[in-house]
Design a binder for this molecule. Structure first.
Ligand code: PLP
Length: 352
């Protein structure tokens, strides 16, 4: 009888995070501002030939490397950051090797680690959900092969300091340390300048958030040139599509779109924080495009009440330390009045 590898057979069934697309989708940390109009114009101008030929990832890699001020050998473009995570984990993790991460964090880390048969070493954050730097340092062992850190973190929205992150990178020279900077633009802390001096450091970025290109799938993995060489061997050659490569220069050039969007997110974050304070609800000060809010035991009713008002938010209760919490993506200024009103009504309706 045909059987999958034991590590795959043991995995829990996959459930898409997309529950519904009916309503304003504030449940997946996507950009509610869409993408740059310049990107859209470029997409509309795609020719039949551009679509029919295989994509040339290397041209895009030169563009992004130039933008980030590193060499193309230190960078690889991927099919969203998920693809980068998958390549990096598969390059270093053999069955039984240790994958170390803070908990709660991005759900893909344990999922990908489990598929490879890695030993998952979770370090729980304290009640404040702050980055557990000391806990992670204490769990580094000779079997630690990958340490995955989302900074800022999802679902908490909190960021760790550069000093704490570098401490971990330097304490584990034989492990690949991935700093996942998916929300970098909303926070500003980065370890990219430290790549050259730390051969075990990898920094990943995505075009899914501030650039609003989640549907086109483009991720960026940076690291030491020789290490990235291994991931290039493993990757399929055409992992990045022609459409996103064609509009990459416009996405990078439209700095005004990016800075305007970041400013709007910061303003929306502030509006949500003010409302939560007014309602006496606890939340975590966010450095991302979403906020984690504690609504308490009636979290399910709250999520349903929001949905009836046409707004999807994410029940984050399953994450350790996040019992009774929801994660809410920040909307655009024109959406925020309705969002704030819906939250007021849902809180009143569910009598939180
Ligand atoms: C921390 C973190 N890393 C990576 C990703 C995935 O990014 P991509 O859409 O590029 O696969 C997400 C998406 O929500 C995220 O929150």
């Amino acid at each position: 009888m045909l059987k999958p590898r034991p590590s795959i057979a043991k995995m829990s069934p996959y459930h898409s995070p997309i529950v519904s697309r009916d309503g304003l989708s504030l449940d997946l940390n996507e950009s509610m501002a869409g993408c740059s109009p310049r990107v859209l114009a470029r997409l509309r101008s795609l020719t039949a030939q551009e679509v029919s030929l295989y994509p040339q990832r290397e041209i895009g890699e030169r563009m992004v490397a130039n933008f980030l001020g590193i060499s193309p050998e230190q960078l690889m473009l991927t099919n969203g950051m998920d693809d980068a995570l998958s390549l990096l984990f598969a390059t270093y993790l053999a069955p039984g090797d240790e994958l170390l991460f803070a908990d709660p964090t991005f759900v893909m880390y344990p999922m990908l680690g489990e598929a490879l048969g890695a030993q998952l070493v979770r370090v729980r954050s304290g009640e404040d959900l702050a980055f557990p730097a000391a806990g992670l340092l204490s769990r580094i062992s000779p079997r630690t092969r990958v340490i995955a850190i989302a900074n800022p973190n999802n679902p908490t929205g909190l960021a760790a300091s550069r000093a704490d992150l570098l401490d971990i990178v330097e304490t584990a020279p034989d492990a690949a340390v991935l700093i996942d900077e998916a929300y970098f633009e909303f926070c500003g802390v980065t370890l990219l300048p430290d790549l050259a001096s730390h051969p075990n450091l990898f920094v990943a970025r995505t075009f899914s958030k501030v650039y609003g290109l989640a549907g086109l799938r483009l991720g960026v993995l940076t690291g030491a040139a020789d290490q990235l060489g291994y991931m290039r061997r493993l990757s399929v050659p055409f992992n990045v599509n022609s459409a996103v490569l064609a509009c990459l220069d416009e996405a990078l050039a439209d700095r005004e779109f990016v800075s305007h969007h970041v400013a709007q997110i910061k303003q929306g974050r502030e509006q949500l924080a003010q409302l939560f304070n007014e309602l006496g609800l606890s939340f975590w000060p966010s450095q991302t495009n979403f906020i984690l809010l504690r609504v308490g035991a009636k979290v399910k009713a709250f999520v349903e009440s929001m949905q009836r008002r046409g707004i999807l938010v994410r029940d984050s209760s399953a994450n350790p330390g996040c019992e009774g919490c929801v994660r809410i993506t920040v909307g655009t200024p024109s959406q925020m009045d309705g969002v704030l009103q819906a939250i007021r009504e849902a809180v009143a309706e569910t009598r939180i």
